[in-house]
Design a binder for this molecule. Sequence first.
Ligand SMILES: NC(=O)c1ccc[n+]([C@@H]2O[C@H](COP(=O)([O-])OP(=O)(O)OC[C@H]3O[C@@H](n4cnc5c(N)ncnc54)[C@H](OP(=O)(O)O)[C@@H]3O)[C@@H](O)[C@H]2O)c1
Length: 261
Amino acid sequence: MKIGLIGCGNMARAMARGWARPVVCFDPVLERAQALAQETGGQALRSGAEVAQGADLVVLCHKPAQLRDVAAELVPYAKAVASILAATPLSALKQAYPDRPVYRFLPSLPAEVRAGAIVQAVDTSTRDEREGLGRSPDLDAQVRDLFASLGTLVTLDDSLVDVAMGLMSCAPAYVALVAEAQIDAGVRRGIPPAQAATLVTETLGATAELLRKRGYDTLAVRREVTSPGGTTARGLAALEAGGVRAAFSDALDAVLGDARR
Ligand SMILES: NC(=O)c1ccc[n+]([C@@H]2O[C@H](COP(=O)([O-])OP(=O)(O)OC[C@H]3O[C@@H](n4cnc5c(N)ncnc54)[C@H](OP(=O)(O)O)[C@@H]3O)[C@@H](O)[C@H]2O)c1
């Protein structure tokens, strides 16, 4: 399956690196497309229309606000479309790209290292969509496998994808901030920055691995580390008093905007 990327920014680059296969691509900044084409052994083209003509699957990696303008150019040529646009439901995508297969995924930056979570939106609003009537199972499977190669694929109803964005697409920035805060705290107490960064970062990665092994049971892991009245219990109490849960809850509300509060 030949992949065509429309937009060659941060997410397109992360996914192309994860796929590690040649892509055809377009970006208004030609040098950006050329850099990505060179990195993947693919080809930078001079318009989105050319990409759509040459690709089996067009992957929309531009900004959500550009949906209509880009679709106006691509519609005559795009055979199948996969979108990663945030806050853009399947209904809007199908309206912009009628009469062809349309998929919606939500990746996150660790796609670059083929890790992290990828959401596939499913439309359960009609029987045809629920049962995949009129669709090609082969194409569905190929597209799903393509994105599943970038991380752990989770299917969610389309109405929940924006909520998921607050948990996983934004999360690399949150996790980096949490790591930075811990590193700074260690440095303040005398640990050299490089060692502090190694201690914190390796522990983050290893904790994710352990959580996976424990079936994502966060409480089990916390219990194993927290002896009654011990140091971790004191640290956790300080974090709770500092409002860590409320801060993450507020962050999700902020991502979704006032309308969802
Ligand atoms: N970053 C993430 O972690 C993340 C996660 C999940 C989903 N997403 C979604 O992924 C998409 C891309 O995000 P990003 O962070 O990669 O943004 P980005 O770095 O700004 O990349 C978007 C690229 O699209 C280009 N572009 C603008 N107009 C275009 C057009 N008409 N045709 C083709 N390309 C065009 C932009 O060029 P200019 O800069 O010149 O405008 C830019 O190079 C967004 O829709 C976002 O919602 C991002």
